[in-house]
Design a protein around this ligand. Structure first.
Ligand code: T5A
Length: 204
């Protein structure tokens, strides 16, 4: 592998990102490809602390919420993502800028254009080479995770989660060069197969 690859995974709640990332790690590790997995919010000690603040029950202003997601990202890029890419690794990242645009920009109503600008600024225009968007009806996603206790954002209204799905569809239209929509209602094995078709194409 002579070049780095930055792959992000996006979707609504319970879409299957974690499951898919684990399958891809298993496959690429068996080929001895250098890779790291990481997540947002989180990925660094500061980011994990911010994640706790963001997901525990509390009353956060939408602007404070946005600022915390961006603070986590800035640290994550500096401390984890850029160094790994500089070492020609494959970086598999659970959520990135598209989540902020969909959740805070669209669903929270802070504005897609404004939040996109903030994201570009904070990430210093770092863009994924490839983004998998796992598309799933929020009813199904929320049903998949109903057994576990909901965090602050998962506990939002159904209309909030429907707005997120619409925002991701808009992002897919806006960035067709990097954003691949996967039908996340398929079985985990089928979703993995669909994703690997694209990953293998990029590794050639
Ligand atoms: N957020 C994040 C923002 O608001 N703004 C931001 O800028 C960022 C970065 C934390 C929260 O923060 C928000 C979004 C989130 O609300 P998170 O930890 O990634 O982000 O939280 P979730 O997306 O909620 O993570 P989940 O674990 O809930 O969802 P996953 O990872 O998509 O789903 P996964 O793989 O854990 O699967 C959930 C369940 O479904 C089953 C699994 O076995 C599991 O039980 N499953 C399937 N079942 C049937 N068919 C399939 N294909 C399945 N795939 C998985």
């Amino acid at each position: 592998m002579s070049r780095s690859l930055f792959i992000t995974f996006e979707g609504g709640e319970g879409a299957g990102k974690t499951t898919l990332i684990q399958q891809i790690v298993h496959e690429l590790s068996s080929r001895k490809l250098p890779l790291i997995t990481t997540r947002e919010p989180g990925g660094t000690p500061l980011g994990e602390e911010i994640r706790r603040l963001l997901l525990e029950p509390s009353t956060l202003s939408p602007y404070a919420e946005l600022s915390l997601f961006l603070a986590s990202r800035a640290q994550h890029i500096a401390q984890v993502i850029r160094p790994a890419l500089a070492e020609h690794k494959i970086v598999l990242c659970d959520r990135f800028n598209d989540s902020t645009i969909a959740y805070q920009g669209a669903a929270r109503g802070l504005g897609v254009e404004k939040v996109s600008e903030f994201c570009s600024f904070i990430s210093q225009h770092l863009e994924p080479d490839l983004t998998f968007y796992l598309d799933l009806d929020p009813h199904i996603g929320l049903t998949r995770i109903e057994q576990r206790s909901k965090d602050r954002i998962e506990a939002e209204t159904l209309s909030f989660h429907i707005a997120i799905r619409q925002a991701f569809h808009d992002l897919a239209k806006r960035h067709p060069h990097r954003l691949r929509l996967l039908d996340a209602s398929k079985s985990p094995a089928e979703v993995f197969e669909d994703a690997m078709e694209t990953v293998n194409g990029m590794l050639c």
